[in-house]
Design a protein around this ligand. Structure first.
Ligand SMILES: Cc1ncc(COP(=O)(O)O)c(C=O)c1O
Length: 438
């Protein structure tokens, strides 16, 4: 499905042409979007997956393949922004869900499933002594932050510029008007001494420091060990709760980045794939903090949620983590991801263009620039339009990566041959667009 291309004078012109080609070969997707515009704002109910001129309408998925309304198929390198680690319709998970279907699914009470999935998470993630389930990563972070505010009796939350922790909680230069009205202290990612000083100055009002040890949606920028260790040391010293948002990064080792770095937070937020591909979230950590929710105590904190223990998420999660994304599978997928990232970077280096892939294991992100990237501020001069063009050019080759943000999240059914296709696709992009690089 390679689209026709001409030699373009600049990136903007090339992008316009790529979008026009995309529109030409996707009339049914356009129709689906146009119809939805009448009933959904902009025809969309999830901002992060929208792209101009209109998004692809997916019809089905199988393994690591996606099929759209216009009859095209793509290799899926997004894997539902990390949640789809099992690929589409994994046979083991499907079997589990079919079994649950036969047993009924709105039981309105406890089952053995919540305890079983909780045990698996406690075994995997070093910080988690007790855990509770929710339906999204956003909720997990919100509960963790509220535990910290209640336990410390302090109002403020510290996060880092450019970091995303859910629909109500972003720490961006331009404040998100939907943010929960917490007092915030905003630091600079990987700025060890600046952050130390900020914590010391505001210690009396900071309840929690929240961060991802590798910014997932923020471009796969990793926190340095020195930065993480400083945060652990300062938060401990000042009685601040350290929250590690592992909604995405928990897939990067059998026990997440906390296991890989050895920096153990007080509380951890989980989500995405832990429910086997169904709506999922979990928050957990130190027993003394989590036991504030023990309903047997007269002064317990309330934590409700109709679908917190829904049987599809829990049973699919148990099969997923227990039988499919086992500790061994986690090690293997991340080692394969490290290898892929190296191959892609070798292609960029050989071509001598300002383009690089950063990340850890099964999560990687392209940046159209040279030099080390230590924080989102380092990417402001990156070539965003060239990255958008990269998305459309790979799409025309049947390869689906994250629009605009360039995230690649690997799933288990992706084969070495799929990796070869991606590497060849990137080579083709660079060779066709070489004149558009700075
Ligand atoms: C690091 C991080 N935290 C929290 C969230 C929010 O999770 P959810 O979309 O399940 O609410 C996301 C979602 O992408 C995320 O990447």
């Amino acid at each position: 499905m390679t689209a026709a291309r001409s030699i373009n004078a600049d990136v903007a012109e090339a992008l316009e042409e790529a979008k026009a080609n995309y529109a030409k070969v996707n009339p049914k997707s356009r129709g689906v979007h146009q119809k939805a515009v009448a009933s959904l704002p902009g025809g969309n109910t999830r901002t992060g997956i929208f792209f101009d001129p209109f998004p692809i309408a997916w019809e089905r998925g199988e393994g690591a393949r996606l099929f759209d309304a216009d009859g095209h198929d793509y290799i899926d390198f997004i894997s539902e922004a990390t949640a789809g680690i099992y690929g589409h319709s994994h046979p083991e998970i499907r079997k589990t869900v079919e079994k649950r279907l036969a047993l009924g699914w709105n039981l309105g009470g406890h089952t053995a499933l919540e305890g079983e999935l909780a045990e698996i998470l406690i075994d995997r993630f070093p910080s988690i002594e007790r855990v509770r389930f929710v339906n999204s990563g956003t909720e997990a972070n919100m509960f963790n932050l509220q535990i910290a505010r209640i336990a410390t009796q302090r109002p403020a939350v510290m996060g880092f510029n450019g970091c995303y922790h859910g629909g109500f909680l972003t720490f961006t230069a331009k404040t998100n008007p939907l943010n929960v009205p917490f007092e915030t202290v905003v630091g600079t990612y990987n700025d060890v001494e600046g952050t130390r000083a900020l914590i010391q100055k505001n210690a009396g009002r900071i309840a929690a420091v929240i961060l991802e040890a590798m910014m997932g949606g923020g471009g796969c920028i990793s926190a340095s060990l020195e930065f993480l260790k400083m945060l652990r040391e300062e938060t401990k010293k000042h009685g601040i709760i350290l929250i590690l948002d592992e909604v995405m990064s928990s897939r990067l080792s059998p026990g997440g980045l906390q296991q890989l770095t050895g920096v153990i937070p007080d509380l951890t937020s989980l989500g995405k794939y832990i429910g086997g591909g169904f709506s999922a979230g979990a928050f957990g950590g130190r027993a003394d903090l989590m036991d504030l929710f023990d309903p047997r105590k007269s002064d317990h904190l309330p934590h409700s949620g109709t679908y917190n223990n829904n049987v599809f998420t829990l049973s699919a999660g148990i099969t997923g983590l227990g039988k499919v994304y086992t500790k061994e599978a986690a090690k293997d997928l991340n080692a394969r991801g490290d290898g892929l990232r190296k191959r892609l970077n070798a292609v960029c280096e050989r071509a001598g263009v300002g383009m690089q892939y950063i990340g850890i294991g099964s999560m990687l992100c392209v940046h159209m620039q040279r030099g080390e990237i230590r924080r989102p501020e380092d990417t402001v001069n990156g070539n965003a339009k060239l990255r958008e063009l990269y998305f459309f050019d790979l799409l025309a080759q049947g390869i689906h990566v994250m629009p605009k943000r360039g995230l690649i999240a690997l799933s288990l059914p992706l084969t070495d041959r799929d990796f070869d296709t991606l590497v060849a696709g990137v080579e083709e992009f660079i060779s066709a667009r070489r004149s558009l690089f700075d």
